[in-house]
Write a protein that binds this ligand. Structure first.
Ligand code: SAH
Ligand code: SF4
Ligand code: F3S
Length: 454
């Protein structure tokens, strides 16, 4: 049996694509391995979002070249494949920089992996075909689904038409595209039948979803999630990533009306200054974002919010940055990602003057991260004493513990002998650590009560 090692970088779309490539290769007789050593095929599923992400790929490729040479000395021919967004953005340039790479395949062309691998010599396929890949992807086996656990990502939308001035995604993933409802439902029914209980619908701009419905009309994300909620076994639904401009009334209402839709929303704002938001071509102001959050909270008061932030976008002044801090402190996000602006070749912002000095960017990032962390801790500590349903997903940190997530996407460790992965248990949160909550089964009496009873 041949073996393949797949390493995914970047966003959840890449995690999903990595699994689909594993499914394709499994049909070709490849078994997945956890390590590149000894593998016949090593596939890097790459990310182009920031310069650092790209540097990581070339460092990794340097190591793989050594491995390839060593394995060749032992009579093994190792193939190196670069997939994902760096493949799309750089194409043949990758093989120029690292000749050990056999195949470069873009995110919209990987369904052709079997034919591409059969070709000899160096191969590049970065087509953005009109015909989408989804119709060609094999369904994962029951065994493969079960091995991946009870939570799954399902790509429902791909690509982006927003063209934020800093972002490569519209170029690496292509134009916005929504999968038809029937195709998504078939995939989710299959996942549920194999034990998946928790699905996250993903897309670069997922709330812009507008797929062909079974009735021939165009369905939005809220309508799609209504249908997903009817699948037996699917107890938890999430979606990511959303754009503020596409947060429609029906989607907001779904947070009120759809019990399976978890009270968590990742809604990147990027910055708190209108001047910077306009320069970023974000198509929303800070005020519009605040009012949107008000409406979401009206529909679902306990919702956990998260965002992405970029510091040091060209022209960002001290006052602009302070507006970001003010927004963070006002909204009180449950968690957030924050990045230093990284100029990306081919994007409009890369050509702007007024690039912010690296030391200043660093200072701003630290300050922002301190505020984000403050609010994350506050959100986590506010959970102490609350009783919530936890879906047990994996073994915990220590023997006798299982780990799961709250509806608000926080990790929780629980001591239990009586339950198994896949069970949903009522848990009282007792303590908030720096990265995890700790809880006890609600059916057990609290230690204090035990004393009283004795
Ligand atoms: N589609 C999503 C996420 C895109 S990439 C969205 O619209 O929010 C994830 C995050 O990376 C972005 O939200 C942004 O905060 C960050 N990012 C994108 N391009 C970047 C760049 N050039 N430099 C720094 N951060 C960037
Ligand atoms: Fe990039 Fe903006 Fe599209 Fe998000 S909405 S993927 S940040 S262009
Ligand atoms: Fe990275 Fe491509 Fe995702 S650039 S963030 S892997 S869409």
């Amino acid at each position: 049996m041949k073996t393949v090692h797949i390493k995914s970088f970047g966003c959840q779309m890449n995690v999903y694509d990595g699994q689909r490539m594993a499914d394709i290769l499994s049909q070709q007789g490849y078994k997945e391995t956890a390590s590149p050593e000894g593998a016949d095929l090593v596939l890097l599923n790459t990310c182009h979002i920031r310069d650092r992400a790209v540097q990581k790929v070339y460092t990794e490729l340097g190591k793989l070249r050594e491995l390839k040479i060593a394995q060749k000395a032992n009579g093994q021919h190792t193939k190196i494949v670069v997939a994902g967004c760096v493949a799309q953005a750089e194409g043949a340039e990758i093989q120029r920089r690292q000749p050990a790479v056999d195949l470069v395949v873009g995110p919209q062309a990987y369904h052709r992996l079997p034919e591409l691998l059969a070709q000899t010599g160096r191969v590049v396929d970065t087509d953005l075909p009109a015909d989408d890949k989804f119709g060609y992807l094999p369904a994962p086996t029951r065994k493969a689904i079960a091995a991946r656990g009870i939570s799954a990502f399902v790509t429902v939308q791909e690509g982006c038409d927003k063209f934020c001035a800093f972002c490569v995604v519209p170029y690496t993933r292509g134009a916005e595209f929504s999968r038809p409802v029937a195709q998504i439902m078939a995939e989710i029914e299959r996942l549920a039948a194999a034990g998946v209980q928790d699905v996250t619908l993903i897309g670069q701009n997922v709330n812009a979803y507008h797929g062909e419905g079974p009735d021939g009309t165009v369905w939005g994300l809220a309508q799609l999630m209504g249908r997903v909620a009817e699948v037996p076994g699917i107890g938890r639904i999430r979606y990511t990533t959303s754009h503020p401009r596409d947060m429609g009334d029906d989607l907001i209402a779904a947070h009120r009306d759809l019990p399976q839709l978890m009270p968590f929303l990742h809604l990147p704002v990027q910055a708190g200054s209108d001047r910077i938001l306009a320069a970023m071509n974000r198509k929303h102001t800070a005020h519009e974002y605040r009012r949107l959050i008000d409406r979401v909270r009206l529909a679902r008061p306990d919702i956990a919010l998260s965002s992405d932030f970029i510091v040091g976008f060209p022209g960002e002044s001290h006052a602009d940055f302070e507006n970001t801090i003010a927004l963070v402190d006002e909204i009180g996000f449950a968690s957030s990602y924050s990045f230093k602006y990284s100029p990306r070749p081919g994007t409009p912002a890369a050509d702007l003057g007024e690039q912010v000095a690296p030391e200043l960017m660093h200072e701003r990032l630290l300050r922002l991260q301190e505020r984000i962390e403050h609010h994350r801790q506050a959100f986590n500590h506010a959970m102490v004493g609350r009783t919530v349903d936890i879906l047990l997903e994996r073994a915990g940190r220590h023997a006798g513990q299982l780990a799961g997530k709250t509806p608000y996407l926080q990790a929780v460790q629980i001591e239990t002998q009586a339950h198994r992965i896949g069970d949903t248990v009522r848990v009282v949160i007792e303590r908030a650590g720096s990265n995890s909550l700790f809880g006890r089964l609600a059916e057990l009496p609290a230690p204090a009560n035990k004393e009283l009873a004795a």
